[in-house]
Ligand binder design. Structure first.
Ligand code: PGA
Length: 244
């Protein structure tokens, strides 16, 4: 159960969040919990989550270790904060910052090399779904952005399916629509990495997940977890999503 705070919260707000959130998930041993925070909150978040089961993630990375790349943050830098996860290829990165599938692959490889767990995001835009291209888009994002990984590397990633039309819009994909897309992705995994890997692969659903709809999404065997934007900002609502 992963949260994506996007560009929200200062370190002070991060501390306040964790004071309320910690006790709410203290007994939540049924799942892994990840909060992906802005770079400037990572250290505070890691300290606030010490000796809990909550893991902290970043939301982006640059693949070089260091160098003249003004404004960028590397995986060793992220790792040094104590963060363990990182989002890669979120649709907002693709849409507003021109991130390509090729960049997604480079970033995923860099994250793995630094022992960070990449949560690799894929998903179609509204016009692609309306023109019946969802499967085509998912296959392309998979083949260019993920399939370049070796089997050993692939075994260490998490995939998030986030239909762009459902992100921040209040329009959730129905559990059936989400499960169908997860199945398309899992088919590609099976073709490239085999049946075992396909069965083991964790695919999260993201896009307007709320305490009210998480249960029906998680009832789909195809959906292994969720990636939550807006509703992860509030400790009570993210807590009740985690404890669906
Ligand atoms: P949302 O965002 O839950 O606010 O729709 C999901 C995401 O972008 O990860």
């Amino acid at each position: 159960m992963a949260g994506n705070w996007k560009m929200y919260k200062t370190p002070a707000e991060t501390s306040t969040f964790f004071e309320k959130f910690r006790p709410l998930v203290a007994g939540s041993t049924h799942c892994e919990i990840v909060v992906s925070a802005p770079f400037t909150d990572l250290q505070t978040a890691v300290e606030a989550a010490l000796s809990t089961r909550i893991q902290i993630g970043a939301q982006n990375l640059f693949w070089e270790k260091e160098g003249a790349f003004t404004g960028e943050i590397s995986c060793p830098m992220i790792r040094s904060t104590g963060a363990t996860h990182v989002l890669v290829g979120h649709s907002e990165r693709r849409q507003y910052f021109g991130e390509t599938d090729e960049a997604v692959l480079k970033k995923t490889l860099a994250a793995l090399a630094s022992d960070l767990t990449p949560i690799v995001c894929v998903g179609e835009r509204l016009e692609q779904r309306e023109s019946d291209d969802t499967e085509l888009v998912l296959i392309e994002q998979f083949s260019k952005g993920i399939a370049g990984l070796e089997a050993k590397q692939f075994a260490r990633i998490v995939i998030a399916y986030e239909p762009v039309w459902a992100i921040g819009t209040g329009k959730t994909a129905t559990p059936e629509i989400a499960a169908e897309a997860h199945q398309m992705i899992r088919n590609e995994v099976q073709k490239r990495y085999g049946e075992d890997q396909a069965a083991r692969m964790r695919i999260l659903y993201g896009g307007s997940v709320k305490p009210e709809n998480v249960k029906s999404l998680m009832a789909q065997p195809e959906i292994d977890g969720v990636l939550v934007g807006g509703a992860s900002l509030d400790p009570v609502s993210f807590g009740s999503i985690v404890n669906y």
